[in-house]
Design a protein around this ligand. Structure first.
Ligand code: NDP
Ligand code: 2IT
Length: 445
């Protein structure tokens, strides 16, 4: 495999799609060896076919705001690969959304979904719509307009979207309502649904819980655990709060959370009660991060800064892509951090990842660490097919065993001769092999 030639060709075809090109390069770097050892992959053009999405739907989303003004946003769905199951992956609503970001997320999703051991292909979608500051009615009208286009290409056996940044239970409800109205079907076409109309218990907290289950396995390889560990978390969205709850349950002390404008450092620890308080603020659409320092006076708000300057044993970046750079990584290592597990998708820049690997600390990439979210979406799809609901305990046990299995697959494919586990390589190879072999079986398509 000629990595530089593949990347040069892709850069020419897709100039400026920096996040997408970054994600492809990171995966292909890990795959060089396994592709060279298996000439059947090259003969069937597996890599050339894998790096381009099957199709992309791009559309406009017109809607009327509360003042009666017409607004127009852009909407997308990237259906990347369905070799091992229907396209599956979240929808992101954030002003920064563009095709490069959705292609990077869709590409990562192929390998992540493969790692879950469940039959799901990779896809992603979203819009540059900003739900922040919008009324419920505005969000509803936007979601309905978005679904008026999207419904044509999704379905429970075709493509099953879910949440991501800016898309939670409320948005999934409005999207599902419109799909149901248009098709006159009540089916598992979306995951993250309300639990009294087809949603799975534990799905809201699954990504954060899964991330901590994975980090727990990583720590165990060094004879360590979360007990007594100081933990830095970024963000305070769906993934971050789930992770904070589980870390606290396991005896760790979470000392930071963050938003786009800065981070909170609470030396007393962000306890279960404090998390409860933050979730109440979040449910009523209020700002979380800054007000925290008014409520809990020992806590400090650091305007415009990231939490990676705080001394910690474990770091869980749970906000967004490229939020942890080379200097942040060097700081974490210098301060004695032994484990970084990515709750977000691609939060560490390539330079930061290099710092972690060079220093041989435990580093878990997003596609393995945060796979518990989509895995539980897969469990939601199973329950919808069965027309049956599992208890919270049943779902949590399945999630836990999936995360343990993903960890084992990463170790199997990522362990170096010196005993160090390169989880980046392990996750990419394990995720790739299943998809590549399925593509071989199914012919050139
Ligand atoms: P949410 O919208 O629930 O939360 C995102 C959080 O990150 C918020 O606290 C937000 O702050 C903060 N944030 C957003 N942009 C920035 C920024 N530029 N700098 C600092 N903080 C920022 O999203 P999720 O928790 O669902 O997603 C977080 C990450 O996890 C994403 O990378 C997503 O792709 C990934 N992920 C999500 C899964 C899921 O099941 N939801 C599954 C697997 C991965 P504020 O609200 O103030 O803007
Ligand atoms: O990045 C992700 O894995 C998600 N946002 C969850 C996707 C899903 O289909 O549950």
């Amino acid at each position: 495999m000629n990595l530089e030639k593949i990347m040069n060709d892709l850069e020419k075809k897709h100039p400026g799609e920096v996040e997408y090109l970054q994600a492809v390069r990171e995966v292909l770097e890990s795959l060089e060896e396994v592709v060279n050892e298996n000439p059947q992959f090259e003969a069937a053009g597996i890599i050339d076919r894998l790096v381009e999405p099957d199709r992309i739907l791009a559309f406009k989303v017109p809607w009327i705001d509360d003042s009666g003004k017409v607004q127009v946003n852009l909407g997308y769905r990237v259906q990347f690969n369905n070799a091992i199951g229907p396209y599956k992956g979240g929808l992101r609503f954030h002003p920064s959304v563009n095709l490069s970001i959705l292609k990077f997320l869709g590409f990562e999703q192929i390998f992540k979904n493969s790692l879950t051991t469940l039959p799901m292909g990779g896809g992603k979608g979203g819009s540059n719509f900003d739900p922040k500051g919008k009324s419920n009615n505005e969000v509803m009208r936007f979601c309905q307009s978005f679904m008026l286009e999207l419904w044509r290409i999704i379905g429970p056996e075709t493509d099953v979207p879910a949440g991501d940044i800016g898309v939670g239970g409320r948005e999934i409800g409005f999207l599902f309502g419109m799909y149901k109205k248009l098709t006159m079907t009540h089916v598992g076409v979306l995951t993250g649904k309300g639990t009294n109309w087809g949603g799975s218990l534990v799905r809201p907290e699954a990504t954060g819980f899964g991330a901590v289950y994975f980090a727990k396995e990583m720590l165990a390889t060094k004879g360590e655990s979360f007990k007594g560990k100081t933990v830095c978390i970024s963000g305070f969205g769906n993934v971050a709060w789930g992770a904070a709850i589980k870390v606290t349950e396991l005896g760790g002390k979470v000392v930071t959370i963050s938003g786009p404008d800065g981070y909170i450092y609470d030396p007393d620890g962000i306890s279960a009660e404090k998390i409860e308080y933050l979730l109440e603020l979040r449910a009523s659409n209020q700002d979380i991060v800054k007000p925290y320092s008014y409520e809990f006076p020992n806590a400090q708000f650091h305007q415009g800064k990231r939490p990676w300057e705080v001394k910690c044993d474990v770091a869980l970046p749970c906000a967004t892509q490229n939020e942890l750079g080379k200097e942040d990584a060097a700081n974490l290592v210098k301060n004695g951090c032994i484990c970084v597990a990515e709750g977000a998708n691609m939060p560490s820049t390539p330079e930061a990842v290099e710092v972690f690997l060079e220093n041989k600390i435990l580093f878990g990439p997003g596609k393995a660490v945060n796979a518990g979210g989509v895995a539980t979406s897969g469990l939601e799809m199973s329950q919808n097919s069965l027309k049956y609901n599992w208890s919270a305990q049943e779902v949590d046990e399945k999630l836990h065993s999936i995360m343990v299995n993903i960890h084992a697959a990463c170790v199997k494919h990522g362990k170096q001769t010196d005993g160090y586990v390169n989880y980046v390589k392990g996750a990419n190879i394990a995720g790739f092999l299943k998809v590549a072999n399925a593509m071989l079986d199914q012919g050139i398509l």
